[in-house]
Design a protein around this ligand. Structure first.
Ligand code: AVJ
Length: 378
């Protein structure tokens, strides 16, 4: 219990630290005026309004006009729509990526730990089904935390990490080059949601796609099938795909995984509002929102929301918004699958399951599938 309390206090301290940093900036700027030639008390009537503006504007804050236009469009549309919803992909700014790494180490977040243990327990079995010499293509490699397990197991001929974050790619490639000095690595900075052209050097190599972490769970069924088909097209017929898919399980296990005792997931969710304030010149009162994780049984998904705890009004990029008490912004879906559901999803996109592994409790599924041209009828 003490550990949980300590961690909570630490997180609160970090939050306060961030707040005081901003305030400290303001104080410094006020100091400059006070210690300079300008008298401490300025008659507002004689102050040039343009100067006042320049004193108040915080140059540390990025100009909203320079923000990612897709982020701005998604946020403005998401806050205007009913129900309000912002795509989960916007969680992952620097802070959000750090918080997600913290989530993967939480006692309640069984996914990462369980998938890793399945991979290491069944590495030899997986390798015997993939065969050696494949080019391993990892979709959304991120920090590539599970990659060494797969690379060590399947005796690959090359490794192709794909990620939208060039920064993450460079770091993880540097680390993997140290661990696998003779393995050719061809990083691709790009969006794996669309068909990609693989490096010519891999032209005649058999491929093994790797898509761990149940990232597929963020998509609804049509979007998941589109993505799996795009992967089929990128990798080609005869390729294999090793994919991690989280399973349906009791709510008593699911909810804590998305609403942990230390409040890390809450902070991860709320960081989206901080990001909007930071990057889009938002005035959202973040403390007026609370993190909510709920199980939607009809859709078989965990939903994360940000709920207004009072009536709030604010602006984003100069546009006004109001949210009444109790209303939410839907920020994430995390779909869960039974073993048959997961295999049906794969087959719907042309991937024939050829192996499946799970942990003792059946919390998480790791499936190996093959890209076959499926005959239209028996
Ligand atoms: C990265 C999509 C797999 O849904 O479990 C973790 C993201 N959100 N805690 C998941 C997430 C809240 C995660 N995925």
């Amino acid at each position: 219990m003490a550990a949980v309390g300590d961690a909570r206090a630490r997180r609160a301290a970090v939050r306060e630290g961030a707040a005081t940093k901003r305030d400290a900036n303001a104080v410094t700027r006020a100091d400059i005026i006070r210690h300079g030639e300008t008298p401490a008390r300025v008659d507002p009537a004689v102050v040039d309004p343009a100067l006042v503006g320049s004193t108040l504007a915080d140059p540390a804050l990025p100009d909203p006009a320079l923000a990612d236009p897709a982020f701005r469009a998604d946020v403005l549309a998401g806050l205007s729509g009913r129900p309000r919803a912002i795509p989960a992909r916007w969680f992952y700014d620097r802070r959000g990526s750090e918080l997600f790494e913290d989530i993967t180490r939480l006692p309640e977040y069984y996914l990462t730990r369980t998938e890793r243990s399945i991979l290491s327990a069944h590495a030899a079995d997986i390798a015997s089904l993939t065969g050696p010499g494949r080019a391993v293509v990892e979709f959304g490699s991120g920090s590539s935390a599970k990659t060494p397990l797969v690379l060590a197991a399947v005796a690959p001929s090359a490794y192709v990490p794909i990620d939208i974050s060039g920064e993450f790619l460079r770091d993880s490639v540097a680390e993997l080059e140290r661990q696998f000095p003779i393995l050719p690595i061809h990083p691709i900075e790009g969006d794996f949601m669309h068909r990609l052209v693989l490096p010519a050097a891999l032209a005649n190599r058999p491929r093994l796609g790797f898509f761990p972490g149940s990232t597929i769970g963020n998509m609804n069924a049509p979007a998941a099938v589109d993505l799996l088909r795009a992967m089929w097209e990128t990798l080609g017929e005869g390729s294999k795909l090793l994919i991690g898919i989280d399973r349906i399980k009791p709510v008593s296990v699911l909810i804590p995984a998305y609403d942990d005792a230390q409040g890390v997931t809450a902070e991860f969710n709320l960081n989206l509002l901080h990001r909007i304030n930071r990057e889009l010149g938002g005035t959202i009162p973040v403390s007026a929102f609370r993190h909510v994780a709920r199980w939607n049984d009809t859709e078989a998904r965990i939903e994360m929301h940000l709920e207004a705890t009072r009536d709030v009004s604010f602006s984003v990029d100069g546009r006004p918004f109001a949210i009444s008490k109790g209303k939410t912004i839907h920020t994430e879906n995390s779909y869960k699958y039974g073993p048959r559901d997961a295999r049906l999803l794969l087959r719907s996109a042309g991937w024939t399951p050829i192996g499946e592994w799970t942990d003792r409790e059946g919390l998480f599924g790791l499936i190996l599938a093959e890209a076959r041209a499926v005959p239209a009828a028996p």
